[in-house]
Design a protein around this ligand. Structure first.
Ligand code: ZN
Length: 311
């Protein structure tokens, strides 16, 4: 099957995206190209001879052993009733839209028949946002806590009503500082309290030992071992001046939580934080984000993250 698209020229704008993927066949071509950049290879026997079945959509049959392989196998789209193009569009929006989207917005945007379909679509895409092989943050890292309002009841599907905020949860965050005063990767977690063991435990979980930890004067961080700790207490100077990047992260997080979701639901807070972190950490790396959301195997170029985010 001739590929219509090259892997590395996926455009960024929605208009260009829609032009590039006008139908399911174009999406299937993309999947085919990602899976078999040098042409069909049977995953069972390794034979390179095969043909696309006319009776089964997007499926190839091996000329040697007869094994049938769908271009969607192993991806989030496999055996889904939702069209490839809808998946692609949803992943594109999730990867590129700086604020992400609620299920309600996604339903309207994609013209989906039901809220439930939109919700399931987002839920499945979000699963790809949890990276079990997370590298630890290194170097200079700002750490701070904030509170985030949460909802316990879902707003009516119609939206707008019943957004009573009845509680706040504590979120602790860390951001790497890159050379040239730029923020690198982030980590966010909800924690039960502000205690020293909780906050220092978070740092141990997400930051490489011997890194430089920058915090405010909060006593809970005192006595941290294994790191160089720099508590910054300069009179009454505002926290956002002392630690500008973690405060930038927190204010973006809050704007996103309130703007997109009208407050996060406590039950789903972990996956929402994952979504925010995923998008932030790949904000200069949308192609990888798009492929990863769809469940395609992603080859990260052999260069450090710092070069990626600075590049
Ligand atoms: Zn075979």
């Amino acid at each position: 099957m001739p590929s219509r698209w090259h892997i590395n020229d996926r455009p960024q704008s929605l208009t260009a995206f829609l032009r590039r993927f006008p139908d399911d066949a174009a999406c299937a071509s993309y999947l085919h190209e990602k899976r078999w950049p040098d042409g069909f290879v049977c995953p069972a026997c390794g034979a390179c001879k095969g043909w696309e079945l006319s009776s089964k959509r997007w499926t190839w049959e091996c000329g040697e052993c007869g094994r049938q392989t769908s271009v969607t196998a192993g991806t989030v789209m496999h055996r889904s009733k939702v069209s490839l193009r809808t998946w692609f569009l949803a992943a594109h929006i999730m990867a590129t839209h700086s604020n992400g989207m609620s299920a309600l917005q996604m339903q309207a945007h994609l013209g989906l028949g039901s809220y439930k379909t939109a919700w399931l679509l987002l839920h499945k895409l979000r699963r790809a946002m949890v990276n079990p092989e997370r590298d630890l943050l290194v170097g200079d890292v700002e750490v701070d806590e904030t509170t985030l309002p949460y909802r316990t009841k879902r707003d009516p599907v119609g939206g707008g009503q019943g957004r009573s905020t009845i509680g706040k949860m504590v979120v602790v965050g860390a951001v790497e500082l890159l050379e040239g005063n730029a923020p690198g990767r982030i980590r966010l977690e909800t924690v039960p309290d502000y205690s020293g063991s909780t906050l220092k435990g978070f740092i141990r979980d997400v930051v490489e030992p011997r890194s430089e930890i920058w915090t405010d004067g909060n006593e809970s961080y005192a006595g941290m071992t294994g790191y160089s700790h720099h508590p910054r207490v300069i009179g009454n100077m505002a926290a956002h001046i002392l630690m500008p990047w973690i405060h930038r992260v927190f204010s973006n997080l809050k704007r996103w939580a309130m703007g997109t979701y009208h407050g996060l639901r406590k039950k789903h807070i972990a996956s929402y934080l994952d979504e925010f972190v995923f998008r932030w950490n790949r904000r200069r790396w949308r192609q990888v984000a798009f492929d990863k959301l769809l469940g395609l195997s992603v080859r990260i170029p052999p260069m450090g993250y710092r070069e990626l985010v600075e590049g």
